[in-house]
Design a protein around this ligand. Structure first.
Ligand code: MN
Length: 325
């Protein structure tokens, strides 16, 4: 029997059966946030009561949106520390440029993974000639202590493993799912998959009981663990589940993020993930002084200035938003 599961006795037709209560699930509405000058994203993490799901510390869903005759994604050069960014597109085109010299268009079905380590700068801009649609995810993964001081790195993946469950296709974006493992280089036990359901149906997914999970839908509502999840909300699932049923009344596109709960307390501010106020102050100073992060060649847009720091000290928080002491 798994730890953490309390068995209860239920009276049923005069007999007794043992049933396990479902591990906790919480539906968390996201909120709209402007990204760059022209894009609005639905931010599903962090939230006040839930900062992270496993190492996933930032979940943005953008689109679907008609960007014909408009600039599309326009995010000028900006820095990152202590995290990985994962960009997954289902429609549109974005050019990623970074201070390592990467100049890489990303298109639907492809995955970009940028590891900031101790510091990197990048820009994300739709090219002047771009497809009419824009739809995708940007996810941040907090780097654990053993990886966050490392060298920056960039990966572009055009081939990702795809599993089939009936008429549904499951693309493994990061980590291992079932028999398939993504080539994306990560540093904690985690998983991200995208499930495309072409029509009505129910699909049972095997989960890792040691993992917590977040479920979101990019297109149309689905029923997950007895809860209806629509675009714009994240369903949190606590550890302890070995399977999950995803039921769709029609076509849908669902993302499942999970992993081992992340135990390190973090300071997240602007584009930096660190462990202390001092680290964040130093990263901000380095960016404003043109140190550490390098220069994004080939991007004509002016680098983004860092916002002013708050007047209070930034505090490290655990994944529930609690500060120590
Ligand atoms: Mn970025």
């Amino acid at each position: 029997m798994r730890e953490g599961v309390v068995w209860m006795e239920d009276q049923l037709y005069g007999g007794t059966v043992a049933t396990a209560p479902e591990p906790e699930s919480v539906l968390l509405p996201g909120h709209d946030v402007p990204l760059g000058r022209y894009t609005t994203v639905r931010r599903l993490l962090p939230q006040r009561q839930l900062r992270m799901v496993a190492a996933w510390c930032f979940v943005d869903h953008f689109g679907p949106e008609d960007v014909s005759g408009r600039p599309g994604m326009q995010v000028p050069p900006h820095p990152h520390t202590g995290l990985q960014t994962i960009t997954w597109l289902v429609d549109g085109e974005i050019v990623h440029r970074d201070s390592l010299g990467s100049d890489q268009p990303i298109r639907p079905g492809q995955l970009n993974l940028m590891s900031a380590g101790h510091g990197i700068a990048h820009s994300e801009m739709s090219p002047t000639e771009h497809p009419p649609g824009m739809h995708g995810l940007q996810l941040w993964v907090a780097l654990p202590e053993g990886a966050r001081h490392g060298e920056p790195r960039f990966e572009h993946h055009t081939e990702l493993p795809v599993l089939r469950d009936g008429d549904a296709t499951i693309t493994v974006l990061a980590g291992r799912f079932g028999s398939a493992e993504s080539p994306a280089g990560v540093h904690t036990s985690l998983v991200a998959v995208e499930m495309v359901l072409p029509g009505p149906g129910a699909h049972r997914l095997a989960l890792n009981p040691a993992f917590e999970y977040g479920v979101l839908t990019m297109s149309n509502a689905v029923d997950v663990a007895g809860t209806t999840v629509a675009p714009g909300s994240l369903l949190y699932l606590a550890p302890g589940r070995s399977e999950l049923t995803v039921e769709a009344p029609g076509e849908a596109r669902v993302a499942l993020l999970g992993g081992e709960p992340f135990e390190e307390d973090l300071v997240m501010w602007w584009n930096f993930v660190g462990r202390s106020h001092e680290e964040i102050v130093q990263a901000r100073e380095d960016w404003m002084a043109g140190r550490r992060f390098g220069r994004v060649a080939g991007c004509s847009a002016e680098p983004l200035p860092a916002p002013a720091l708050p007047t209070v000290r930034l505090k490290a928080r655990d994944r529930h938003g609690r500060t120590a002491g």
